[in-house]
Design a protein around this ligand. Structure first.
Ligand code: NAP
Length: 344
């Protein structure tokens, strides 16, 4: 069976997902597309030679009989509305992060999904599909470093545009660490503090850069996460887990090791899009396969909610300089129903 997909939002990532589903992945085809910019959506249909229909808006697309499942890649503030509409229509939905721009919005989605009675929502936290993070999780889950005690991690971008705001350091950048570390450690957060080191002279006036986010988990693991978005030298994601009997590092992306001109060197990526490019393919193929089986295998609405609650606490901690408690309501049994959801 071929899964017939409708895509809401044909901007940067929407177009990339359309291309990978059409040219690289199997089991699905794009049959419907919409964007507030109709010209852009129609150009995508034409340029990608899609056998797809343009819909005037997201709701018409979601409710179209020919659409089996929905991909939401529109602007963040529209996600909640389209995910809720997909649930109301009983259609599986893959939503790029964020699930909603507020924790309250994520909670409404969780409640709607639980009320519907069947998992339908997956959130686009693609790092869980990265080979390196999966290998690291495997090492931790198999007890190779003993019980995790500390995590040191860093999220570095060479530069950011002037439109990048202080809050984006948390809600756009560090949000990936918030999700992936919770999954990696199979643990939840209980508190956060945000510390501002000496500011780099390369950051714009309005931006405190770098930042250090200090998270504590239920099991007592301490995480120090550096966010440094004007590091100049490259896009660099680091993660080291220190356990009772060893340490485990996230592998570096594979790159030629060059011996030349009396130097031993490897290149560092600069473009963030390249760093996790393969994980997007794995993520969407897995979503297509599990959707065809009527399952949700990846990050759930609950995970999207947990990330939003944590991000809110990080923002408060950044603003106040205080240690802010993080508390999640009890996880509904609904999210414990299948093995996949338990591990999410
Ligand atoms: P983008 O290039 O701005 O694309 C968003 C598109 O959605 C634009 O074409 C926009 O049209 C359209 N849009 C806005 N409101 C809409 C509505 N009500 N109905 C239909 N279309 C609407 O942004 P992007 O970089 O693709 O990002 C999209 C989402 O994906 C964001 O939430 C972002 O955080 C997420 N994302 C995730 C990753 C990841 O690593 N997982 C990477 C990139 C992006 P206009 O431009 O005309 O407003």
């Amino acid at each position: 069976m071929t899964l017939k997909l409708g895509v809401i939002g044909t901007g940067a990532i929407g177009q990339e997902h359309i291309r990978r589903i059409t040219n690289t992945l199997s089991g699905a085809k794009i049959v419907a597309v919409t964007d507030v910019n109709a010209e852009n959506a129609n150009a995508v249909i034409e340029n990608e030679k899609l056998d797809a229909k343009f819909y005037e808006d997201g709701h018409a697309l979601i409710n179209a009989a020919e659409v089996d499942a929905v991909i939401v890649t529109s602007w963040g503030p529209t996600h909640e509305e389209f995910v809720l509409a997909s649930i109301a229509a009983g259609k599986p939905v893959f939503c790029e992060k964020p699930l909603a721009t507020t924790a309250e919005g994520c909670k409404r989605i969780v409640e709607a999904e639980v009320a519907f009675g069947k998992p339908l929502v997956q959130v686009g936290y693609m790092r869980r599909y990265d080979q390196g993070y999966r290998a690291l999780k495997n090492v931790i889950d198999n007890g190779k470093v003993g019980e995790p005690l500390m995590v040191h991690c860093a999220h570095r971008n060479p530069t950011v545009p002037s439109s990048y705001t202080g809050d984006m350091a948390i809600v756009d950048t560090f949000i990936h660490e918030i999700d992936v570390l919770r999954w990696l450690l199979n643990d939840d957060y209980v508190s956060v503090q945000v510390v501002a080191p000496r500011k780099t002279s390369n950051a714009l006036e309005h931006l405190q850069d770098p930042l250090i986010v200090l998270l504590e988990t239920e099991k007592g693991v301490r995480i120090d996460g550096e966010i440094f978005v004007n590091c100049q030298y490259g896009y660099d994601i680091q993660c080291q887990v220190v356990g009772e009997t060893g340490t485990a590092n996230l592998p570096e992306p594979s790159s030629v090791i060059l011996r030349s001109e009396a130097k031993l060197s490897t290149e560092i990526l600069v473009d963030w899009k390249q760093r996790f490019i393969e994980s997007y393919d794995v993520e969407l193929q897995d979503w297509i396969n599990s959707t065809l089986k009527g399952e949700v295998n990846g990050p759930t609405a609950w995970d999207g909610y947990a990330a939003a609650v944590t991000a809110d606490a990080c923002l408060e901690a950044k603003q106040t300089g205080k240690i802010v408690p993080i508390s999640m309501p009890e996880r509904p049994d609904f999210y414990n129903k299948s093995g996949a959801l338990v591990n999410s």
